[in-house]
Design a protein around this ligand. Structure first.
Ligand code: ADP
Length: 496
C-alpha cells in the first residue's frame, strides 16, 4: 500500500513531544510490513538539519493557491533515519515556518492551514496517488476537508483518509478568514454544524472537529483515551460527535521503536544492559549522578521527563520535588515549555534547588540526557491530569525504570499497580494512583520507596516484569494496517 503521512512533527529532526515519535515509529513499522510510506512536513527553520540526510530540491516552484492569489513553495526531499520525507518551504512575507519554533505563534491556525493546502497541492501536482493519507492532530486537520472538497474528485477517488488524534484538548479554531485563504469560501455551507462549525460556538471553525467529520477513520492513541473521549470531559466538547461516529472510531495504543529505545543497543548511554545484566543499569545511575552533580548516595532516583504543561500535573510534579529529598530519594526533572510563565516558575525552582545534593532541574530539550535519565533513574513519575497515551512510562519500562503514574488515559493501559492491580503478579509493573491531590501521589511514592528500601529483591522483580513487556509497534502497526485494508477494500467494493 502507498501511504502518505501529513504531520507537524517527525522524530528526531522535528520533535516537540510524543507525536514526533509516533509519526516516525509508525511509518517505520508500516514500511517493514511492505508498504511505501512518505512523510510530508513543514520545512521549519528550527529543523535539526544535521539529522536529515541527502536533502535535495525536488519541486522548485510549487504554486499553492492562497487568498485569491498564490504562494510559491520549494519542496525538499530528504531522509530521516531512512524514512522518506518531503519538506514544504513557502516563499512569502508571512514566513510561516521561519519562526524559530514549531508551535506557539499567534497565527498557528493560518500556518498549519497553509501547510495542509500545500501538502495536498504537492501530491496533486507531483502525480502522487496514495491509497491512504494519514493525518495527525489538528495541525493537519484541514487536510481531510480540503481533500474531499477539492482534490478527491481530481483523480484521487480511491484515496482514503485516516486521522490519529493525539490530544483532544488542542483543536485549532479560526474564523471566516480561513475559508477565504484556502479557497473553500461558501461560509453558509462550511459554518454548518455537520461541517466545520465548532460545536459549542458555531460562529467559528474547528479544525479537529472538521477532521473527524471528514475523515474515513479516526483513531485515538490508546483504548482508554478513546473511551474517555466519548464518555468523560476528555472529549473536550467532541464527545457526542465521537459517539455518533463510533463505527469509524477506535483507540490504538502507541508503540515505541525499540531500535531507538532499547538499553541493550542505545548508543546514547554509557553502559548498555538488558534484563540478564540488570546490574549494569546502576553504572548508568552513577553516570547520571556525575553528569548532573548529584550526590553519590544509597538512594533511589525519581525522574520526570516531559513537556511542562498543566496537562502533565504540574502541581504534583512540584509536590514530588519537595517530597523526594525529605523521604530518602533524589529527584531529576528534564522539561521545557513554550509557556513563559511556567518557565519562570521552574527557573525559580531551579535556582532554589541549585546547590541541593539530591535535586536537579534541567530546563531544556535534550534527547541525549533523556536517554541517560531513562537508563539511570530508578523510577519515572507521570502524574498527568490527562494523558492520551504517554510514551515516557512505556520507554521507562523498557529501561527497567519503574513507573509511578496517575490512572488516566494510556497510563491505565500500560502501568499495572504492584499492590492493587487485578493482573497476575508477574504482569504488574509499577505503581498508580487515582486522585489528583497530594495525598494520592504521596501514597504511591511511599509504597514505591518502601519497596526499594525494604525489599530490593521484589523491587528488581518489578523492574524485570516491566522490561518483559512488548510495547513495540508490532501489534499496533498491525492494527493500523487492518484499518487501511478495510478502508481500501470498502473502496473496491463500492467501485466494483
Ligand atoms: P507528549 O506527547 O504529551 O509530549 P509523551 O509522553 O507522549 O508526551 O512523549 C514525550 C516524548 O518527548 C518522549 O519521547 C520524551 O522522552 C520526549 N521529551 C519530552 N520532553 C523532553 C525533553 N525536555 N528533552 C528530551 N526529550 C523530551
Amino acid at each position: 500500500m502507498y501511504i502518505i503521512m501529513i504531520a507537524s512533527e517527525c522524530a528526531p529532526a522535528a520533535k516537540v513531544g510524543g507525536l514526533a515519535d509516533v509519526v516516525y515509529g509508525l511509518s517505520k513499522n508500516l514500511e517493514m510490513r511492505g508498504n511505501t510510506v512518505e512523510i510530508i512536513l513543514p520545512k521549519y527553520d528550527c529543523l535539526r538539519n544535521d539529522l536529515i540526510e541527502n536533502p535535495t530540491l525536488c519541486h522548485k516552484n510549487l504554486n499553492v493557491p492562497w487568498n485569491n492569489g498564490s504562494i510559491v513553495c520549494s519542496v525538499w526531499r530528504g531522509t530521516i533515519n531512512s524514512r522518506t520525507c518531503f519538506f514544504v518551504d513557502p516563499r512569502s512575507p508571512e514566513n510561516f515556518f521561519a519562526r524559530g519554533a514549531i508551535y506557539g505563534c499567534r497565527d498557528d491556525g493560518m500556518r498549519f492551514a497553509f501547510f495542509c493546502k500545500a501538502a495536498l497541492e504537492f501530491l496533486f501536482k507531483s502525480g502522487k496517488r496514495p491509497d491512504i493519507i494519514h493525518c495527525h492532530d489538528w495541525h493537519s486537520g484541514l487536510t481531510p476537508v480540503l481533500f474531499k472538497e477539492f482534490y478527491k474528485s481530481q483523480g484521487m477517488e480511491k484515496t482514503r483518509i485516516c486521522l490519529t488524534v493525539h490530544n483532544f484538548r488542542h483543536q485549532g479554531i479560526m474564523g471566516a478568514e480561513l475559508l477565504r485563504a484556502t479557497g473553500l469560501n461558501r461560509p453558509e455551507y462550511f459554518f454548518r454544524k455537520d461541517k466545520m462549525a465548532d460545536i459549542a460556538n458555531p460562529g467559528v471553525l474547528n479544525f479537529l472537529k472538521s477532521a473527524i467529520v471528514y475523515s474515513d477513520y479516526v483513531v485515538a492513541v490508546s483504548p482508554r483515551y478513546a473511551w474517555e473521549a466519548m464518555h468523560t470531559d476528555q472529549g473536550c466538547g467532541l464527545n457526542r460527535l465521537l459517539l455518533d461516529n463510533q463505527q469509524k472510531f477506535c483507540g490504538i495504543l502507541n508503540g515505541i521503536d525499540y531500535d531507538v529505545w532499547n538499553p541493550e543497543t542505545d548508543c546514547l548511554i554509557p553502559f548498555r544492559y538488558n534484563a540478564g545484566i540488570i546490574n549494569d543499569k546502576y553504572r548508568n545511575k552513577d553516570a547520571l549522578r556525575e553528569k548532573l552533580w548529584l550526590k553519590n548516595d544509597f538512594k533511589p532516583v525519581i525522574a520526570v521527563i516531559g513537556r511542562l504543561d498543566m496537562q502533565k500535573g504540574i502541581h504534583l510534579i512540584k509536590h514530588a520535588l519537595s517530597y523526594a529529598p525529605l523521604h530518602g530519594a533524589q529527584f531529576v526533572l528534564l522539561g521545557t515549555s513554550p509557556d513563559q510563565a511556567l518557565m519562570r516558575d521552574f527557573k525559580a525552582l531551579q535556582k532554589q534547588y541549585a546547590n541541593h545534593p539530591d535535586c536537579r532541574i534541567e530546563l531544556s530539550f535534550n534527547e541525549e540526557l533523556a536517554h541517560l535519565i531513562y537508563a539511570g533513574a530508578d523510577m519515572i513519575l507521570v502524574p498527568s491530569m490527562f494523558e492520551p497515551c504517554g510514551l515516557t512510562q512505556i520507554i521507562a519500562l523498557k529501561y527497567g525504570t519503574v513507573p509511578v503514574v496517575r490512572e488516566t488515559g494510556g497510563l491505565v493501559n500500560t502501568v499495572f499497580d504492584r499492590d492493587y492491580s487485578d493482573k497476575p503478579k508477574e504482569l504488574r509493573n509499577g505503581y498508580s494512583f487515582r486522585d489528583s491531590d497530594t495525598c494520592a501521589i504521596e501514597s504511591a511514592l511511599y509504597r514505591a520507596l518502601d519497596l526499594w528500601y525494604n525489599n530490593p529483591h521484589e523491587f528488581q522483580t518489578l523492574m524485570l516484569n516491566g522490561m518483559c513487556y512488548d510495547f513495540s509497534w508490532n501489534i499496533s502497526g498491525g492494527k493500523y494496517q487492518e484499518i487501511y485494508t478495510r478502508l481500501t477494500a470498502e473502496e473496491r467494493n463500492v467501485t466494483v
